[in-house]
Design a protein around this ligand. Structure first.
Ligand code: SF4
Length: 446
């Protein structure tokens, strides 16, 4: 059976962005779709892709649909992408009345009832898709009547094929390192799925998709894929694209041993947590010696109250110490910082700015707190009527849109600018003394 996959990832980069914008959103492959494609091909199906980022506009998409004879179409969707997915499916059904549309991914898992309400979607696969997607294709090929809602079976990660690197045009990812300066060609891979922590701006969405148990591929499996990628793409740096790569210190120690034993010296970047880095500085050192060049750390806030509010289970002290550990071992720091948490005071924002100054990150990635669908904090702010985010349209975490009522975004923008430019204590104190905007002014400006 042939299936056409659709990657809807234009929410941030827009149409016609692939290889035209230098951002990861415009160029990275989607591992979820690429993994489903690999599983489908291994079962004897054929797969092609429409990547919206490579098209001019929706008319171009309509033309791409029209010129295909495909019967079965498969889409994935983060919440961020769902409005575009809905539009794509509408066009698809206008052009191909008998098209069978399958939707999976994060949004289908955490907002299942919203997705079920769209009668243009024929089958919905929640959670992990590799096993269930292949079974569904088999059932459709045999003209059976599979269920509309299918709860995906979680695969053993070493038993599924490596993601299909022929589905997406790899040239975008190869030319787009996660941070400028990492040598190209650049590739991404995932070593595992899931996260045991409970940060409530993220969980329980992560657990809803991947379950309660963290699954890691074996080190041999990951190294084997890296060897394949080295041979095929001659990469010079790479990213462990896991939501959290350093979870298990034993796994990480053995990975470093095997990475070096395989002759790799290529630098890599990954997500880490400050508390684990402080608990296992020797593992961080070992990772640095193996090639870890950049640590992306979710410091989030310089206020302990806000860290506790987020159930981050880290301390401000650990944040500072983790950054110092990175400096000691020559690892560059990518600092993820969140501004505009619910109930966050100006004094707490100023503490965060001061923490950023102390950390002196090599890259500062700031975002506004966004009530991400499926997260505990999103439910809480929705219940309290604090969110300004449209549940259908608004999962963009970048700091250029207002997200919450009662937040003075103009003031916050100035505070973030001080965090970026180093600022001075005098300027920060002066900023803290600016008059608060009245709620009427806030409503008028946003
Ligand atoms: S924010 Fe990161 S560490 Fe926290 S639960 Fe999510 S993936 Fe895990």
């Amino acid at each position: 059976m042939h299936v056409t996959m659709i990657f809807p990832g234009i929410a941030l980069p827009g149409f016609d962005s692939f290889m035209k914008k230098p951002t990861i959103d415009a160029n990275f492959i989607d591992h979820g779709l690429a993994s489903l494609s690999a599983a489908a091909k291994a079962a004897g199906h054929s797969v092609d892709l429409i990547d919206l980022r490579m098209l001019r506009d929706w008319t171009h998409f309509r033309e791409e649909v029209r010129r295909r004879t495909t019967k079965v179409w498969a889409l994935t969707s983060w919440s961020l992408h769902y409005p575009d997915v809905v539009r794509a499916i509408r066009i698809l059904k206008e052009e191909k009345e008998d098209a069978i549309v399958i939707l999976g991914g994060v949004h289908a898992t955490i907002k299942t009832s919203q997705v079920m309400a769209n009668r243009l979607i024929d089958h919905i696969i929640t959670q992990e898709g590799e096993i269930s997607f292949v079974k569904l294709l088999g059932a459709l090929a045999e003209r059976k009547q599979p269920d509309r809602l299918i709860v995906g079976e979680g695969p053993a990660l070493d038993e599924i094929p490596w993601v299909d690197r022929d589905l997406f045009d790899m040239s975008g990812e190869l030319a787009t390192p996660m941070v400028p300066g990492m040598p190209t060609p650049f590739v991404t891979t995932n070593a595992g799925r899931g996260c045991p922590f409970k940060c409530n701006f993220c969980q329980p969405a992560e657990r809803a998709v991947f379950g309660n148990r963290v699954k890691m591929r074996s080190q041999e499996n990951v190294i084997g894929e890296l060897q394949y990628l080295k041979e095929r793409f001659k990469f010079n740096s790479w990213m462990a694209h896991d939501d959290l790569f350093f979870i298990n210190h034993r796994w990480s120690r053995e990975f470093c041993v095997q990475y070096k034993a395989a002759g790799f010296t290529e630098p890599y970047i990954c997500q880490m947590r400050a508390d684990l880095m402080c608990r296992y500085p020797d593992v961080v050192k070992q990772m640095a010696e193996s090639g870890l060049a950049w640590a992306m750390i979710g410091f989030e806030s310089g206020s302990q109250r806000i860290l506790d509010l987020f159930e981050k289970e880290t301390t401000v002290e650990e944040n500072l110490k983790a950054a110092a550990i990175c400096k000691e071992y020559g690892i560059k720091v990518w600092a993820n910082i969140m501004f505009g948490a619910p109930t966050e005071t100006r004094a707490e924002v100023m503490e965060t700015v001061r923490m950023v100054w102390k950390i002196k990150p090599d890259h500062l990635s700031s975002s506004y707190f966004t009530p991400t669908p499926g997260s505990g904090m999103a439910e809480e702010v929705e219940r309290k009527g604090l969110t300004m985010v449209d549940p259908f349209n608004g999962s963009n975490r970048t700091p250029n849109e207002a997200k919450m009522k009662d937040t003075d975004y103009e003031w916050l923008t100035k505070a973030i600018a001080l965090a970026y430019d180093g600022g001075s204590e005098e300027r920060l104190i002066a900023l803290g003394q600016l008059p608060m905007q009245s709620q009427e002014t806030l409503c008028a400006s946003h």
